[in-house]
Design a protein around this ligand. Structure first.
Ligand code: ADP
Ligand code: MG
Length: 370
């Protein structure tokens, strides 16, 4: 229990997630200090102060530590030495960071919580690669090899359709200094995600199940509520709860899942607010960002019920014309304040609201068609 008053929240990372956390926190009355290496990062505009430092700079981290009462992060690839240095004021701790930084540890954790992952093989050295290749000869199938660390938006992934692809990976793709997981490539019916927040008192808040559609492995649109059976909704929310309790989660966990045969398989985890949760800014009584701030500040969690169906459209650098549309009043625009638009860079998003999901889908199609 914290009996002191939290006045200032420190955020490690000043991209759009840090910015939206800061907006929620400021609305509640907190001050914000953000640490990010890029001057005038997206979060800086809504923060009281930015510490310009690299993410592995322990001195910068100490300055953050001394300038705020509690600290959170917007990304999972936090340097573990920095996380350790911040730990006295980091209620989320560093253990979950360590796990979610590594797909092998992450899959082990998911299974230890009693949940399913795809079939996978860890490849951490040349011998394991050779063993995997030998087995593959006898059981060739479509697989995806992912770097264990550092991948996002499909980066660091190699899709293998046959033995020739695998040979090419062994010869040209494999780097013996890094670890990989080889996963069976599954033909899922849908991808969904569930965001769950939990505070130190063990209060939990699960968000509605989101249906996600990716384009070039980057989230393209999210549809809420997900168009899946009641059984899948219940199973997906239960899985997120199970993980959060298993982890003694403090903060936010986003759980990405595949839907197969009226059941779910867990794909990956993110220990933070998530792109697929942006609908909650307008469609829920409390957003994922406010709930996250509440959780890390040890406040009671708030009612997060769904108030409206929603289609969230991500706006990437090449799609900025989407933001010049003839909006109907129910479309909510969120800009991330990035100086320069680059291909595939996330520039903002639009939450399309409506009386019915059908209405949201029609309006989203209209926006995307032009
Ligand atoms: P990232 O960290 O890049 O988001 P993911 O593991 O989520 O990595 O992979 C990105 C996307 O690739 C997923 O959202 C899914 O569409 C597809 N994908 C990943 N793993 C598999 C798999 N084992 N089978 C089928 N599709 C997959
Ligand atoms: Mg993913």
């Amino acid at each position: 229990m914290h009996f002191f008053m939290i006045q200032t929240i420190g955020i490690l990372g000043g991209g759009q997630l840090g910015r939206m956390m800061a907006i929620a926190a400021r609305t509640m009355g907190y001050n914000i200090v953000v640490l990010d290496p890029t001057p005038n990062c997206p979060c800086a505009a809504v923060a009281d102060k930015q510490i310009v430092a690299n993410f592995d700079d322990v001195e910068g981290a100490k300055e953050l530590l001394s300038s705020c009462d509690v600290i959170t992060y917007e990304f999972e690839n936090v340097n573990l030495a920095v996380a350790k240095a911040l730990e006295p004021k980091l209620p989320q701790g560093s253990e979950l960071l360590k796990i979610t930084q590594n797909r092998i540890l992450e899959k082990e954790l998911i299974r230890s919580a009693g949940l399913q992952t795809v079939n996978y093989t860890a490849i951490t050295n040349r011998k394991e690669l050779q063993d995997f290749a030998n087995n593959y000869q006898a059981n060739s199938r479509k697989i995806v090899i992912k770097t264990a660390q550092g991948g996002y938006d499909g980066k660091g992934q190699f899709v293998i359709e046959n033995i020739d692809d695998l040979k090419a990976f062994v010869q040209n793709g494999f780097n013996e200094h890094i670890h990989y997981v080889a996963e069976d490539f599954i033909s899922f019916e849908k991808e969904v995600s569930v965001i769950v927040c939990r505070n130190a008192r063990g209060e939990v808040s699960v968000f509605p199940v989101v249906e996600n559609i990716h384009k070039n492995q980057i989230l393209f649109v999210s549809i809420i509520p997900a168009r899946v059976s009641e059984v899948v909704i219940a199973t997906a929310q239960k899985a997120a709860l199970q993980l959060s309790n298993h982890l003694n989660l403090i903060g936010t966990l986003a759980v990405e899942m595949f839907v197969c045969n009226n059941d779910i398989v867990i794909n990956e985890l993110a220990p933070r607010p998530h792109n697929s949760g942006h609908f909650s800014l307008n469609a829920c009584a409390t957003s994922q960002f406010e709930q996250h701030i509440r959780a890390v500040c040890s406040l009671p969690l708030s009612d997060n019920r769904l108030l409206s169906p929603c289609v969230m459209i991500n706006v990437l650098g090449q799609d900025q014309q989407l933001m010049n549309h003839d909006y109907i009043g129910k479309n909510k625009l969120h800009l991330y304040g990035k100086k320069e638009a680059k291909h595939d860079r996330k520039m903002g998003h639009i939450n399309v609201l409506g009386e019915t999901l059908e209405e949201c889908l029609i309006e989203a199609d209209r926006l995307l068609d032009v």
